[in-house]
Design a protein around this ligand. Structure first.
Ligand SMILES: *[C@@H]1O[C@H](CO)[C@@H](O)[C@H](O)[C@H]1NC(C)=O
Ligand SMILES: *[C@@H]1O[C@H](CO)[C@@H](O)[C@H](O)[C@H]1NC(C)=O
Length: 435
């Protein structure tokens, strides 16, 4: 009787488990045992984005990723500074969310990656390393983290890695890897963030620096990647304000030509308050922007060619580029996107030059620009064509879009692809060693 009871209980719990498992899996594309799962925690400055991917394990094909879960957790991890207890509580709540999505059987074979971006890159080294060691302490502990994790799974992405991952995402979504066409079929990536601007592409010419190799489905790609730190739109706006303050040390009121007439803001120079008022002068604003975008003199540029300052960048000639995010939204605000998403930089430039001469009041009340971005749209709109031309991009080889083939664009998908391909390669290599 006792035995029967125990057997029954095991039967019931197996039944419940299978039902639960089947229910969870039902939402997934295929319920085969070779379905793999992976987790990316994208630790940004204002939030951590949790993403779970699933894909089929294949040997020589490109994995077919599906994002099955997404959640944004606020605030970002950098807001806890060095408080290890708060970091631990924060991470445990994220792990709880993940445990709610992945049944126990799947957890030990689901890799978890914690990748931090701009927010952590901007903090000082000491703070950053204490945050990262607090993160690793939680994630390395199997009592707290039931997912597959190795120490190097948690790291701060270099700007170039972020660029590579975004490039992988765009080309993955565009089916470049499955089509296995020539490198010239790949799309270049350009991205303007708040802090930095990223570029990634496979040039026609050999790459002398900044080459990031990625192996996808057995094919190796050499991608040139560069992150222009402090060339993001927000930092550019701050740098212009600082430059104007530096140039007018004794003034209490400074005219900023990149701000719309009628707009004003206060800033501080050391202990002194300065009022900054809008001058709405596109050509003076462009002169200020060009100051930051000028290439170095020929004798200071090695290897050649240089794009901005001494930064080496191979030629982008004839390449089709793709962009999303800030540039897309700006082009949309100014209604200059032609149907297939081709961004006409000349038209953007002309439209924005006219816009910069309008008053703040007209921009916000008649044109419907947000108060926060009315002046920024003037500066950013002047900046983008100049930045693109400094990088060698022509007026009509950039496509701007919100998404690609219906999928939102985030570097984390490219990060998952990169890590999965690396794992597969390592597994294959160790299997070969055993033979
Ligand atoms: C700047 O400071 C002055 C004087 O303190 C104040 O009157 C004004 O409203 C401030 N402007 C803004 C945009 O904050
Ligand atoms: C912009 O400033 C320049 C130099 O001061 C001036 O010649 C030009 O007329 C100004 N443009 C506008 C639209 O105010």
């Amino acid at each position: 009787m006792m035995m029967e009871n125990a057997g029954f209980r095991i039967y019931i719990s197996v039944f419940l488990f299978v039902t639960f498992f089947a229910f969870k899996i039902a939402a997934l594309p295929l319920s085969e045992d070779n379905n793999k799962f992976g987790i990316i925690l994208d630790a940004g400055s204002s939030s951590t984005k949790i993403r779970i991917y699933t894909w089929q394990d294949t040997i020589e094909n490109v994995p077919n990723f599906n994002e099955i879960f997404y959640k944004k957790v606020k605030p970002g991890i950098s807001s806890f500074h060095e408080n290890a207890d708060e970091i631990s509580t924060y991470l445990r709540s994220i792990l709880k969310v993940l445990e709610g999505e992945l049944p126990p059987l799947l957890r030990p074979r689901t890799s978890l990656y914690f990748m931090a971006t701009a927010g952590l890159r901007l903090l000082d080294e000491e703070t950053t390393s204490s945050i990262m060691s607090a993160v690793k302490q939680v994630l390395m502990d199997p009592m707290q983290n039931p997912f597959k994790f190795e120490e190097e799974n948690a790291h701060i992405l270099a700007g170039e890695e972020e660029a590579l991952f975004a490039w992988l995402t765009v080309n993955y979504l565009n089916d470049f890897f499955t089509k296995k066409g020539p490198a010239s079929d790949s799309l270049g990536l350009i991205e303007l963030g708040g802090g930095s601007a990223q570029i990634a592409f496979i040039p026609d010419d050999p790459i002398y620096a900044g080459k990031m190799p990625a192996t996808i489905a057995g094919q190796e790609y050499g991608v040139y990647c560069h992150s222009y730190l402090s060339y993001g739109a927000t930092l550019m706006s701050e740098r212009i304000a600082e430059l104007l303050i530096q140039e007018n040390k004794h003034a209490n009121v400074i005219i900023n030509p990149c701000m719309l007439k009628g707009d004003s803001r206060n800033g501080t120079l050391g202990y002194k308050m300065v009022a900054m008022i809008g001058g709405g002068n596109a050509s003076l604003c462009e002169d200020l922007l060009k100051y930051y975008l000028a290439p170095a003199d020929d004798d200071m540029c090695s290897p050649k060619p240089c794009s901005i300052g001494q930064v080496y960048q191979p030629s982008v000639k004839n390449k089709q580029f793709f962009t999303f995010g800030l540039i897309y939204y700006l082009a949309k605000d100014f209604e200059i996107l032609s149907e297939p998403g081709l961004l006409d930089l000349k038209q953007l430039q002309n439209t924005v030059r006219g816009y910069c001469e309008q008053s703040y009041e007209y921009a916000t009340e008649t044109l419907g620009m947000s108060e926060k971005y009315a002046s920024r749209n003037c500066q950013d709109g002047l900046y983008i064509p100049l930045l693109f031309s400094a990088l060698g991009l022509d007026i009509d080889n950039v496509i701007a879009a919100k998404d690609l083939k219906g999928s939102s664009i985030a570097w984390s998908l490219g990060g998952m692809l990169y890590e999965e391909e690396r794992n597969r390669y390592q597994e294959l290599a160790s299997q070969l060693m055993e033979l």
